[in-house]
Design a protein around this ligand. Structure first.
Ligand code: NAD
Length: 355
């Protein structure tokens, strides 16, 4: 089935390859460029190529894996390779990879010769339920995440959970945090279903991925430019991003992936919601326990909390110097642009430490 809610179709499993082959037959690209990173080259490219039936010439472009390569230098290298390989305005880019490849590949396509079409084929859980849908493309500028970019939709998104078989467990957990977030901000029934899962198997996953894509696509279609509703997708991210950056810049701390930091951010935001917005305390405790069972606990020293709070000043969602939180009145009832006093944030870290 295709999801058209965001204006771009999302296709799943075998149907996805049929739609892609039909698209390729109908749109007659001059050349196809498949962008991979070193890992998706190893694990995903061969199974993907066996599904293509096109006669159009193909080239594979590989970038180094990892967020540290999501920058303008990599784009510049790819633009040069595209030019050398004779890419023109009728060329098509297929992004086969996680959020780094789809964000960067989408941006590369959007700027090359003022824009050529691209298609996302996400290979991480985070990519499937979040990064590949919604048209946000871009790269980092030094330490500033996603500072450069444009909003420009892919022609379609192809989701096949078979790629997840080679994905490391911590990367799976990172993507799961965004799925949990979709339940918390949008749908209590969905949250209850997710919190009942003790382990994730691939069959549950297909259904969950589709449900999460639908939630994200629906939100994006109602507010593509993030004026209001789309902000709710930042639930847990204000503190989550600051925690992620803090751990990245302190090598003595354990390494936290994006979703692992967002999971902590969601516990803190739910506690803050119960302090300031009458979010039911019992549900807050249940959410905390569910997330801790899935992610374990990270230790924060007093100095850590102080520095994390300083880092929040740089959150890209801030406006006019104010730190904006998304909070919840209840599960599925988000509130945007909430100002939170510092002492309540400290209290939330205390709560997390003792939970
Ligand atoms: P990623 O692309 O770096 O992938 C994580 C790791 O898994 C990488 O080492 C990658 O090479 C490897 N990998 C990918 N697929 C694999 C597979 N099938 N088997 C084995 N290894 C595989 O990171 P991610 O978590 O997918 O995405 C994070 C990025 O997404 C960030 O840059 C973030 O800013 C961006 N993002 C964008 C949006 C958006 O709306 N555009 C939303 C959320 C996140």
């Amino acid at each position: 089935m295709a999801n058209m809610a965001s204006g771009i179709p999302v296709y799943y499993r075998e149907n996805a390859y049929e739609k892609l082959n039909t698209y390729l037959a109908e749109n007659k690209a001059s050349k196809i460029f498949i962008l991979v990173d070193s890992n998706t080259h190893n694990f995903c490219l061969t199974p993907f190529l066996t599904k293509l039936t096109t006669e159009i010439p193909l080239e594979v472009i590989e970038m180094e894996a990892g967020e540290s390569n999501k920058n303008l230098e990599t784009c510049s290298q790819i633009w040069n390779v595209l030019s050398e390989l004779g890419a023109d305005r009728k060329s098509l880019i297929l992004n086969l990879g996680g959020g780094v490849v789809t964000d960067l590949g989408g941006f590369v396509a959007s700027c090359f010769k003022r824009g050529i079409p691209y298609i996302n084929i996400p290979t991480t859980l985070l990519g499937m339920v979040d990064a590949s849908v919604g048209g946000k493309t871009g790269v980092d500028l030094g330490n500033l995440k996603n500072q450069i970019g444009v909003i420009n939709n892919s022609q379609m998104v192809l989701v096949d959970s078979v790629f997840l078989k080679s994905l490391p467990a911590n990367e799976m957990r990172s993507g799961l945090a965004e799925i949990l977030k979709h339940g918390l901000i949008q749908d209590e029934k969905y949250w209850n279903k997710l919190s009942a899962l003790s382990t994730l198997n691939l069959e549950d996953l297909d259904e969950i991925i589709e449900e999460s894509v639908n939630i994200k696509a629906e939100i994006v279609s109602r507010d593509p430019e993030e004026k209001n509703l789309r902000k709710t997708l930042n639930y847990g991210h204000t503190l989550g991003h600051a925690i992620e950056s803090y751990f990245l810049t302190h090598p003595s701390k354990s390494k936290l992936l994006h979703g692992e930091a967002v999971a902590i951010g969601m516990i803190l935001a739910t506690f803050i919601s119960s302090e300031l917005k009458e979010f039911p305390r019992k549900k807050m405790q249940q959410i905390t326990q569910t997330i801790l069972d899935m992610y374990g606990k990270v230790e924060f020293e007093v100095q850590d909390v102080k520095e994390i709070m300083d880092l929040m000043k740089y959150d890209k969602k801030n406006e006019f110097g104010k730190i904006n939180f998304v909070l919840l009145k209840d599960i599925g009832k988000p509130l945007i642009d909430c100002l939170v006093p510092n002492e309540v944030i400290h209290k939330a870290f205390d709560f997390y430490g003792k939970a």
